[in-house]
Design a protein around this ligand. Structure first.
Ligand SMILES: [Zn+2]
Length: 65
């Protein structure tokens, strides 16, 4: 199962935040919205959720070595 991740460093904000959230898409969106509201003072709006969803990336797969 593939997971998604969002890297807070790639979301423009004043806070120098280095948080990375990874999990299933719905989990990541929910956690990222809570985090953004709590730490970054964002508003939980449908538009903002869409922004977060767009910034999701596939979690890098660990290589087999
Ligand atoms: Zn953050």
């Amino acid at each position: 199962m593939s997971r998604k991740m969002v890297d807070c460093r790639e979301i423009p904000s004043e806070a120098n935040c280095t948080l990375t959230i990874a999990g299933e898409e719905e989990e990541v969106v929910r956690a990222a919205v809570l985090h953004a509201v709590d730490v970054h003072g964002h508003r939980d709006t449908p538009e903002f959720r869409t922004e977060i969803r767009k910034s999701l990336k596939p979690e890098p797969q660990p290589g087999r070595r």
